[in-house]
Design a protein around this ligand. Structure first.
Ligand SMILES: Nc1ncnc2c1ncn2[C@@H]1O[C@H](COP(=O)(O)OP(=O)(O)OP(=O)(O)O)[C@@H](O)[C@H]1O
Ligand SMILES: [Mg+2]
Length: 331
């Protein structure tokens, strides 16, 4: 038997049983995960779960006391200088990354020079990056202090990519932006990822970023509680990623309890005002049984159909995961 050579891209970030202490406090415990070249990895967790600490390890500012972390093939404990060139960093606050009296292009020049890039090259790269990021010429020359929050974030991304690093690390890039701007920014990142093949790590306390990620790591109190490809995680639910959505005339807590008592029903999630997503094995085959079971309980649903489960559903069925702020706000 012949074995096919693996065509998977190499691992570009790899943590192996890493423990990180700050002072005497253990902040990250037994962290193992990887991401491959060109992937967008989402690190998601509540405030204080250790997301920024993880990112600081990736920039070699912090080193694991036990275990290892390798970035672009280099050990953070031994090769911090190379890692500095291999990563671009977009901090949470633009005050940490930009000079406000300077324009986008001037900021790019200032930071680009630090990497020893010539003025001509910087201009060329910055214009190209800013164009992908939706800037016209007028915006490129405006002082950052006159730019909006979303525009400042994009300048910060341009600065993070000015030395063409293979990896871009972004700490909460969508925080503080409204829903429309959050998606706009994530789409810009997706375009940069596609155009340059840059591997990205997105940190967020918001599940919204998951649909833009090819792999996710969920952090809870310094430990990984879950990781994988979002679709794989959704498919691990009962129903393999599908559920029966039922719309009721009146959906009360008592109705939900009745539904959950049906023996073949695994779990339910409210999916709208009067509708419930019901998780069962083989949802397509179970529709008639479910209808009968509901009728036995004096319920006559208005509508019933098989729908795809989302990552929000996945998260909400995992009641052992501590709730993230954004989860509670999902209707
Ligand atoms: N320099 C430090 N000294 C002491 N404790 C620290 C230090 N930096 C972080 N911590 C602690 O480590 C834990 C994780 O912090 P971290 O900043 O990584 O969390 P986070 O997930 O990024 O949170 P947030 O979403 O609020 O930014 C917190 O309990 C924090 O108080
Ligand atoms: Mg943080």
């Amino acid at each position: 038997m012949t074995t096919m050579a693996s065509t998977k891209p190499p691992k570009i970030i790899e943590f192996d049983q890493a423990f990180v202490k700050i002072g005497r406090t253990l902040i990250l415990k037994d962290i193992s995960f990887y991401t491959r070249e060109r992937e967008i990895l989402g690190i998601i967790g509540a405030s204080g779960s250790g997301k920024t600490t993880c990112l600081r390890v990736m920039t070699a500012q912090l080193k694991p006391q036990q275990g290892s972390a390798r970035i672009a093939g280099h050990d953070v404990k031994k090769e911090a200088a190379i890692i500095h060139y291999a990563t671009g960093y977009v901090p949470q606050h633009e005050t940490e990354s930009l000079y406000f009296p300077f324009s986008a292009l001037e900021n790019a020049h200032f930071f680009g020079r630090m990497y020893g890039i010539t003025g001509k090259e910087i201009k060329q790269r910055a214009v190209e990056l800013l164009t992908i990021l939706g800037f016209d010429e007028d915006l490129m020359y405006k002082p950052v202090k006159f730019l909006s929050g979303g525009e400042r974030k994009r300048v910060s991304i341009c600065v993070g990519l000015i030395h063409q690093p293979p990896i871009l690390l972004l700490d909460e890039p969508t925080t503080g932006l409204d829903a429309h701007l959050r998606h706009e920014l994530l789409n810009y990142l997706k375009q940069l990822n596609y155009h340059y093949g840059t591997s990205m790590v997105l940190i967020s306390h918001d599940l919204e970023v998951v649909e833009y990620c090819s792999r996710i790591v969920l952090l809870e109190r310094g430990e990984i509680s879950l990781q994988g490809h979002p679709d794989e995680l959704i498919r691990s639910l009962t129903g393999r990623g599908e559920a029966i959505e039922v719309t009721f005339d009146r959906l009360t807590e008592a109705t939900i309890r009745q539904v959950e008592e049906i023996p073949f029903v695994e779990t339910t999630i409210r999916s709208g005002r009067g509708s419930l997503k019901i998780f069962v094995e083989e949802p397509h085959k179970r529709i008639p049984d479910l209808l009968e079971a509901l009728r036995d309980r004096n319920q006559s649903p208005q509508e019933m159909s098989v729908v795809e489960a989302s990552f929000y559903d996945f998260f909400r069925t995992k009641s052992w995961i501590a709730p993230l702020p954004s989860v509670e706000s999902v209707s």
